[in-house]
Design a protein around this ligand. Structure first.
Ligand SMILES: C[S@@+](CC[C@H](N)C(=O)[O-])C[C@H]1O[C@@H](n2cnc3c(N)ncnc32)[C@H](O)[C@@H]1O
Length: 164
């Protein structure tokens, strides 16, 4: 889920070996086939779409194209499952995710689902979550007629694959 390539850029700067791909390259991160021959990973960084908050491509396997929350969560489940499978024992997984809402689907607690799925696949959390504030978000400076709590942050959850 390379996107513009921030993670790969940071790895290059730090001299860390990095493999990065995106559905735009025709590689689906939810498919086992995409990982053939890549070996095991000590650290995985994932920044998936926050469902349809922003649609990235028209590829049917793009998570941002999921037609329903249920469909998104099925694909998200496959993503966590395949990543868990490729993680080295003691390896870390960091996922940046934000909650999403719209009129049709209502409030979708995607940060909760991230933790839930990681636990379901046997990963353990040993650190507090990291909150990223979106101070530049357009909703942070606007005055609204109705009262609601604007979502102005996303959350990085760090999980570990136990050694045994
Ligand atoms: C939130 S963006 C990542 C932004 C990235 N952190 C950056 O530096 O720009 C999510 C990315 O996931 C990609 N994506 C969506 N579904 C995917 C899939 N099934 N396999 C691989 N990449 C996917 C999208 O094309 C998009 O580039």
């Amino acid at each position: 889920m390379t996107g513009s390539g921030t993670c790969a850029d940071v790895c290059r700067e730090l001299g860390i070996e990095c493999l990065s791909f995106d559905i735009r390259d025709g590689k689906d991160a939810t498919s086992r086939q995409s990982y053939v021959g890549l070996g095991e990973f000590d650290f995985v960084w994932l920044h998936p779409p926050y469902w349809r908050q922003k649609v990235y491509t028209d590829d049917p396997m793009d998570l941002s194209n999921a037609a329903s929350l249920r469909d998104f969560l099925l694909r998200y489940t496959s993503l966590i499952a395949v990543v868990r499978w490729r993680m080295a024992a003691g390896g870390k997984l960091a996922i940046l995710m934000g909650d999403y809402s719209d009129r049709e689907a209502g409030y979708c607690p995607l940060i909760y689902h991230t933790q839930r799925l990681c636990f379901e696949f046997g990963l353990v959390q040993k650190h507090t979550q990291i909150i990223r504030f979106s101070h530049g978000a357009s909703s942070s400076g606007r005055v609204y007629k109705s009262s609601f709590i604007p979502g102005l942050h996303d959350v990085c959850t760090i999980m570990e694959r136990p050694v045994s």
